[in-house]
Design a protein around this ligand. Sequence first.
Ligand code: AMP
Length: 491
Amino acid sequence: MPTIEEELGRRSLLYSLLMPVMNQFVPGLDEGKGMYFLFVKSEAKTPGGLMARPVLTSYYKSSYFRDRPYDPYTNYTSPNETILCPDSYQSMYSQLLCGLCQNKEVLRVGAVFASGFIRAIRFLEKHWVLLCKDIRAGTLDSQINDPSVREAVKRILKPNPELADFIEAECRRESWEGIITRLWPNTKYIDVIVTGTMSQYIPTLDYYSNGLPLVCTMYASSECYFGLNLNPLCKPSEVSYTLIPTMAYFEFLPVNRKNGFTNVSQSAPRNEKEHQELVDLVDVKLGQEYELVVTTYAGLYRYRVGDILCVAGFKNKAPQFKFICRKNVALSIDSDKTDEFELQNAVKNAADHLLQFDASVTEYTSYADTSTIPGHYVLYWEIGLSGATPIPPSVFEDCCLIMEESLNSVYRQGRASDKSIGPLEIRIVEGGTFDKLMDYALSQGASINQYKTPRCVKYAPIIELLNSRVVSNYFSPKCPKWVSGHKQWCT
Ligand code: AMP
């Protein structure tokens, strides 16, 4: 995405609005620190000689972040050097170590997206023995060999056998329920994005934090930053973002997502032109869904970000938007189109069926498998099982059917009537598969901060990776219900 120097100033302005808002709801945050897991990625040069790097890397490397004046509201446990270290292992290890050493001072914890925060907890599960060893002796493991990181950590790390014993005792306990509040007892909330597809991490975060408030503070992208949540303690399902009109010129393309696509009308007929007409920020209507279109200072003109938003209310006259989904993240075999939102909902409905076995779907992705005739939807599930009872195959088959029943009528018609879609398949993958998927994405240049598990995959090496880790698979035993009658399609 093209960007310009002054854009960093504009983005910092949005960041600077976050704490004044938060302070209205959670006072006293200036009396302690934030433990945020933030990362940079190495940059590349374009053939024309411009720097190419993820937006957050640009921001963390800029003087806006590095040379920020001391402010009790932006006082983090991670020294800048640990955030700026390009080696993700060293960066994560040193940030966790510093966070653990200052555990009593931590008042809030977070990362950019929920997935990044959970990755930090997983890292702790794997490496707490080594971390405790360092805390006990006040020494730093030799794998951390970046001199600036070593120096920065040494300013914080002092031998503390008492703290090491405490952390060890907590991490050794069989259950990691509430581990965040146990290790960082003064934490008031978790600052991570859990809207959009990130909502599937809410149960895991609730488990690790004993239900601490999950706070989504802002909505932004590489193209441009958009806005912030003025009611940060609301439930994740109620989060809406107020766009800051000086971030870019915002326009909105009305969409009728319920129809799946814009050229089909199920309810009152609509004027085709009306669909295409861009609406200004001041003219959006309550309850209407729109695709966000931005014209940025850096030169994007009427650029479709790909996000679908719904007007959920107004702050004075400023509209507030719920994030609905990313457009076109679709599974499609025939004329069906399944977006991320529907998929998420279907997975949730099916995963609820596993609760009786104390099991949950910890990660998922999907694939439109057209190598069979007819093609079918494949869902890759990674399962977290805390109960002792094995899950019978019939339960997974029921899950397949529940998912199909949850999908839209065009899909169900394809299955039940047209037979243009084959039975939905669930492939259970072994634990750690989605970490491997992330590692693969990172190795291909994805940014660790901005990484989001793809909810639909098409790229052959990724499908191969997933298939190589399948432990069992199940198909929907029958067709989902579909009632013929009303016309779905316009020709
Ligand atoms: P990137 O440019 O890779 O950081 O991705 C930006 C995209 O991430 C946005 O266009 C959204 O689709 C998604 N995103 C960013 N912030 C949020 C948020 N607060 N809630 C839901 N999705 C978000």
